[in-house]
Design a protein around this ligand. Structure first.
Ligand code: EPU
Length: 424
């Protein structure tokens, strides 16, 4: 298995460009299965592990999908899709494959997908998705780990989500797009990805409004068509590079980042002493101080502090001057990185969904292990700032959400390389 070897202590300097966001490209890929005509093209796609897994799954279903490395676009021809069964071997590799359910239900009136199961950050049930499908008229059955739904006809309904679930909102938007009549999703997720996803569906011929607000209205249409679309940039990757400048006292110019999507994160970084400026063509310049100052954060659905940026933020807090308080309200188990950071000399105490971080002047390189994408990013950042050598194992988690992050960081001056855990 691959690992990262980092010699820390260098200030990062240079420019990085942010590509399209995985967490909207995945639902867009699924939605493209609803196009009965033409070939969908999604542009500015980072060829990440999660995207490769979903492509494999979609090929299994009968779609013809291709990634063009030259122009970083993805083409999906869904005209010959015939299967509606997603096998466990692929679903278990990526929970987001459950996004296929809304698309398959919408187009074919049925799906059979292995129950995604939990992951390192929490149990992650899909009950809100299923309740919504039922409201639209689907019969849902769970047997031996397989979730099946069938509907002779989907009919619009009002669905009030218990919690503004990100993929739950997207799944219901897809099923409702081809239902008869009007669906209203209340307490919908408001992430920028939901707004972009609604715009994508509308480009396909759907009639979605209110997306990006807590009330999304979908007037069902009979057919959807293929489109060519460029997704918004990845705010979580952009935020991670902001942290990289912050934690290494560096100066990084980030191109193609939408700062409107990162307001609370940038406010917190400013409170910590990070300076922001404007560069050419709308780029943002991020300059880290000599030493960061402690701040408190509480994660929440958008526009609150994003849970995906909490683990790497904790790496910055670990080295800040003062005591910080972190409250994780979205996922019940998203502090695994804290113990790994403590292996590097951090002083973090976790009690349930809360953590107290007592900043230390230096972290010390150590062997550590990534447990999910963002916990992995936290360890990379800590390794960049730590004294000595950090070896991060299980970097396949990081590869699911960051494209060749070691190459991007090395281009900014970091001493990081990819190795193999057999090279002991
Ligand atoms: N929840 C339920 N029942 C449901 C759905 C969600 O109880 O049916 C709970 C979850 O267990 C969690 C909370 O609601 O406690 C929020 O979960 P949500 O459904 O919003 O998360 P998700 O849609 O499964 C997406 C992203 C995650 C990101 C979260 C929160 C994708 C593919 N994944 O997951 O991204 O953390 O929203 O913003 O869009 C990542 O990229 O590293 C990642 C984990």
């Amino acid at each position: 298995m691959d690992r990262f070897i980092i010699e820390g202590g260098r200030s990062l300097k240079g420019t990085v460009r942010i590509e399209g966001v995985k967490n909207v490209i995945l639902p867009m890929m699924c939605a493209s299965l609803m196009a009965e005509t033409g070939v969908t093209v999604i542009k500015d796609v980072p060829y990440l592990q999660d995207i490769r897994v979903l492509l494999k799954l979609m090929n299994e279903l009968g779609a013809v999908c291709e990634y063009n490395a030259e122009d970083r676009s993805l083409s999906i021809d869904a005209r010959k899709v015939s299967k509606t069964v997603a096998p466990y071997e692929l679903v278990k590799q990526m929970r987001a494959s459950f996004l296929l359910s809304g698309a398959l239900l919408g187009r074919f009136g049925d799906f059979h997908i292995s129950l995604p199961g939990g992951c390192a950050i929490g149990a992650r049930p899909v009950n809100f998705h299923l309740l919504g499908f039922k409201k639209l008229g689907a019969k849902v059955l769970e047997k031996e780990g397989l979730l099946s739904a069938t509907a002779a006809k989907l009919t619009g309904a009002t669905v009030c989500l218990d919690y503004p679930s990100h993929t739950g909102t997207e799944n219901l938007m897809m099923a409702a797009a081809l239902a008869e009549g009007t669906t209203v999703i209340e307490n919908a997720a408001c992430e920028p990805e939901i707004k972009d996803f609604g715009d994508f569906l509308n480009a396909m011929g759907a009639k979605v409004s209110g997306h990006g607000t807590p009330t999304v209205i979908i007037d069902g249409v009979k057919k959807l068509k293929a489109v060519t679309y460029t997704p918004i940039p990845d705010r979580i990757v952009a935020g991670t590079f902001m942290y990289a400048a912050a934690i290494t006292s560096g100066e990084i110019t980030i191109e193609n980042a939408n700062t409107d999507h990162l307001r609370i994160v940038m406010d917190k970084l400013s409170d910590m002493g990070v300076l922001f400026g404007r560069g050419k063509n709308g780029s943002v310049i991020v300059k880290g101080p000599k030493r960061l100052t402690a701040v408190d954060i509480t994660t929440m659905p958008h526009p609150g502090f994003p849970t995906d940026l909490q683990p790497p933020f904790m790496a910055c807090l670990a080295m800040a001057d003062g005591v910080s308080f972190v409250w994780e309200t979205v996922f019940e188990n998203r502090f695994i990185h804290a113990a790994e950071l403590n292996r590097m000399g951090a002083n973090i105490r976790v009690a349930g969904d809360k953590a107290v971080v007592v900043g230390v002047p230096n972290l010390i390189g150590a062997p550590v292990m990534a447990s999910d994408i963002r916990a992995g990013a936290a360890l990379v950042l800590a390794g960049l700032a730590a004294k000595g050598t950090t070896i991060i194992d299980r970097v396949y988690h990081i590869d699911r959400g960051y494209k060749k992050i070691e190459e991007q960081l090395a281009a900014l001056g970091a001493n990081i390389k990819r190795g193999d855990d057999r090279e002991q």
